[in-house]
Design a protein around this ligand. Structure first.
Ligand code: GLY
Ligand code: MN
Ligand code: MN
Length: 451
């Protein structure tokens, strides 16, 4: 993980942008994620809280950030509470910064042991007009906040006043996180590159007869050897009919010769997620029905990508994919023109959802399904929000054909999704995951070379 140094300035500038939006003199409090016990004395791998990391770059558990917004001549302050140095614990669990080293490496104004949080909050909140925190994010945080406010109110007779207003801190941070800065764009490009290389490796390694988990191992190997800390989510390696199960992740079936393999997998690199899906033939050559459906999904993805540019509504991306897919479903006999009516009627009736039942993407960032509103809730009709340069999202149309009456049998059990990660630019978008091949000829050539 990054630590301090040049990155400290990036995190400090995000803190400055946040405090500039707060009421003068107000206080914000943000905790990182707790450690979670798996069983006995073993924890799940630790993952910091994304909001906390966004403002600090600090990845140790048991840490809290307190920000005090500027008031008149008094400048803003950033205060970290973290674990103390502890030689005994460091022998068992590894290095921890301790407040003083964390303060200087990560650029905080002050830092104290986490054990002093409750006692110091009464001072930090004294005379602050407002408190910003993660409203409604758990009874224990609410109880802790109540305790701090009670402690300040108990000092009322000394002339101190407690905050009279609370605000939802995460609403401000969600909007900031939605627009990626240059530092984030670079990390996302790296996460996309490594994730794409992992798909390439998986394609090269695939042979009919392998188990899905053997292919998963190729992905994990490529993530880790490139320094990615974790998969960004549980990888899906779905062969044959498993590709029609959207969240399949048992990854324990043997791949047959004439089947497609759908892989949805991405790594997390320094806190940022890649999220790629590729679908390819296990034996290196698409059958005619597989190829027909694959090319349809690829055309839908191209149409969706073409809809991405600043000023366009977010919903235009899904609309573009749905139009191409529905037209293709008509042409291939998946949907019956007699029953479904015109293309516009079929789209309005959402006839396509029999074969395409998910959205065409989502915001992407530190979280694979990243934060940020999809609609403009300031307007009564809640329109889809407009795209802006710096937003990052996935584009992931698919088609999933389960056996059903009237559905041509040659398409049964075929599931295809093609997913890329993009960053909105001033005139369109930049694909961050181009290292994973997706053209039919490109995939077939690559796979046949390695046979
Ligand atoms: N891998 C999760 C998704 O594509 O949304
Ligand atoms: Mn995905
Ligand atoms: Mn996705």
């Amino acid at each position: 993980m990054m630590a301090g140094g040049a990155c400290a300035a990036v995190h400090a500038s995000r803190r400055a942008r946040l405090t500039a939006q707060m009421q003068p003199g107000a206080v914000a409090v943000l905790s990182t994620a707790p450690e979670v016990i798996r069983n006995g004395d073993s924890d799940y791998p630790y993952r910091h809280d994304s909001y906390f990391y966004y403002l600090t770059g600090f990845t140790e558990p048991e840490s809290v950030l307190v920000l005090v917004a500027a008031l008149g001549e008094r400048p803003a302050r950033a205060v970290l509470f973290c674990r103390e140095k502890n030689i005994e614990r460091e022998i068992w669990d590894g290095f921890r910064y301790g407040p003083e080293a964390a303060r200087s490496a990560f650029g905080f104004d002050e830092a104290y042991p986490i054990g002093e949080l409750d006692a110091r909050m009464a001072d930090l909140l004294a005379d602050a007009p407002a408190l910003y925190y993660a409203l409604g994010h758990g009874a224990s945080l609410d109880a802790q906040v109540s305790g701090w406010l009670k402690a300040v109110r108990a000092r009322a007779r000394t002339g101190v006043s407690a905050p009279s207003t609370t605000h939802h801190l995460l609403a401000l941070l969600d909007e900031m996180r939605l627009l990626k800065d240059e530092h984030e764009a670079a990390l996302m490009a790296r996460a996309g590159l490594i994730s794409g290389q992992a798909h390439l490796r998986a394609m090269r390694a695939t042979r009919p007869g392998m188990f899905e988990y053997e292919i998963e191992a190729e992905l994990l190997h490529e993530f880790r050897r490139n320094g990615a800390q974790f998969p960004a989510y549980t990888p899906i390696v779905a062969s044959g009919p498993n590709a029609c199960v959207l969240h399949y992740n048992a990854n324990n079936r043997r791949v047959l010769d004439d089947e497609l393999v759908l892989i949805d997998a991405g790594c997390e690199f320094d806190g940022y997620a890649g999220d790629i899906t590729r679908t390819y033939p296990a034996n290196g050559t698409f059958s005619a029905p597989q190829r027909t459906l694959y090319e349809l999904v690829l055309r839908a993805q191209e149409a969706a990508l073409a809809a991405i540019k600043p000023g366009n509504p977010y919903s235009a991306i899904h609309d573009a994919a749905v139009r191409v897919l529905t037209e293709g479903m008509f042409d291939l006999g998946l949907l019956d023109r007699q029953k479904a009516g015109s293309l516009d009627d079929a789209i309005a009736a959402r006839a396509y959802t029999q074969f395409y039942m998910h959205g065409t993407g989502h915001w992407l960032g530190m979280d694979v399904h990243d934060v940020g509103a999809y609609r403009d809730v300031s307007l009564a009709e809640k329109p889809s929000r407009s795209l802006l340069a710096g937003m990052a999202l996935t584009v992931e149309p698919g088609i999933y054909v389960r056996p059903a009456e009237g559905v041509p049998e040659r398409f049964w059990h075929i599931g295809i999704r093609i997913e890329d990660d993009v960053l909105v630019t001033h005139d369109g978008c930049r694909i961050l995951t181009a290292s994973a091949p997706k053209g039919v000829a490109e995939i077939e050539t690559l796979m046949q070379e390695t046979r």
